[in-house]
Design a protein around this ligand. Sequence first.
Ligand SMILES: [Zn+2]
Length: 288
Amino acid sequence: MTVQSDAPRASVQPVDTLRTWLDEADRVLVAAGAGLSAAAGYDYGDAERFKELLPALHRLGLRSRYLLGVPLPDDMMWGYWAVHIDDIRFGAQPNPLYRRLRALVGDRDHWVMTSNVDALFARNGFDPDRIFTPQGDYGQLQCTVPCVRETWDAKPYLDRILAAYDRESGRVTDRAALPVCPNCGADVFPNVRVGPEFVDSAFMPAGDRLTRWLGDAPRSGRLLVLEIGAGFNTPGVIRWPMENVVRHTPGARLVRVNPGHPDVPADLGDRALAVPFAADLLLDALAG
Ligand SMILES: [Zn+2]
């Protein structure tokens, strides 16, 4: 009797097609949303990890890292930001899933565009000069006014908070450790897009370089857009723009890797492939 494994398995057809399309691609644009970092072990909705990292907030009834709009005292909020960003953005360990993705792209001419603000691409072998992060970077702070377009390295500020952070109460015991704008004294915030005050000046040059690279695509061989984990939370950042890139680039192809929302637009015809798996399962299947 054959015993069937209950483990989910990627079906063969999309995996084989993706393998062929990768072989035929001269250039690859990796376009990623939160689903990729979730598959890589950084799931903002992971309640167990939240409890482990932030026990005081868990006791208050909070269950995920999505805390925008939750009314907390400013020192508790900064305690959260420091612990969360230290974990997500400054972890020193290489990430196996991102490393495998880098190996998959190989020597092909490539770019990355991602809504993720965790720098996991740059931390795992992708060229930082070829990564566009339109939603910002947890590695920087900005003024909330903002009084200047400048941003500041977040690490020294976060280290200062963490040195004064009491894990049990979730409080920052020394208010002098709470960061303020070095220019005007107003509040600061991670340099990520939450509203019109977002300072995008550090990221737009990469966006311009990516636009030029895409403009060269028709003369530089076949483009493959490998979109991973970009659902409908903010489809205007990655998902819809990638459909448009493929739509307007002759010969380009779109691979959409998404366990919940893999659908591709009908007008792209046989130039689009829906892969209904998470990235880890797909990379397992490609390696098999
Ligand atoms: Zn300021």
